[in-house]
Design a protein around this ligand. Sequence first.
Ligand SMILES: Cc1cc2nc3c(=O)[nH]c(=O)nc-3n(C[C@H](O)[C@H](O)[C@H](O)COP(=O)(O)O)c2cc1C
Length: 189
Amino acid sequence: VKKREIGPGTYLYPLPTLLVGAQVEGRPNYITIVYSGIIQHAPPMISVTMGKSHYTGVGIRASGSFSVNIPSEKMVEVTDCIGTYSSSQIDKCGLFKAFYGKLENAPMIEECPLNLECRLADTLDYGGQSITFVGEIVAVYAKKEALTKGFPDIEKIRPIIFSIHDNNYYSLGTLIGRAWQAGKGYTQR
Ligand SMILES: Cc1cc2nc3c(=O)[nH]c(=O)nc-3n(C[C@H](O)[C@H](O)[C@H](O)COP(=O)(O)O)c2cc1C
């Protein structure tokens, strides 16, 4: 089998579409991002990467905190709107009901099923047009309807899945197996 080399790129599938919130000049601001990743399990750390010029990043630096909000698929239009227009073009503040947690200055989105409240731990700059903020997740807030037995349920959250480079949003697929179960006995077959 001969593979075709297609050049370097950020081809990672699937990417969750996220809304990052930060306080900018005393008001909540939001940015849609897909460049995000879990850094480690404990203490729980997450990274969010955004263009250096974005308003939300200015707020993260100034306040030392941010939120990562997971919109559900029924929020696809407002999520796309937040990612299409900058705060210099529209007032994003009024698009959501904001609430605050223990850090008191990381605006979180009431309408999203899941919210991660983050304290800025590190800033990474690899010299490009983007900057990466690493945050410690200090608290998680969930809508009751998004939980099963007290834990987030992906089928209830119904995240918006992003396909990089063709710029399409997808809905969640089907359950195909259980982790730490599906591979049991595989080598004996
Ligand atoms: C689906 C989607 C994904 C996006 N992902 C990112 C991203 O990972 N990083 C980024 O800097 N901008 C991303 N953007 C663009 C920003 O959301 C957009 O430029 C936004 O207007 C910035 O808002 P602000 O300047 O008010 O902070 C994305 C936009 C969309 C629609």
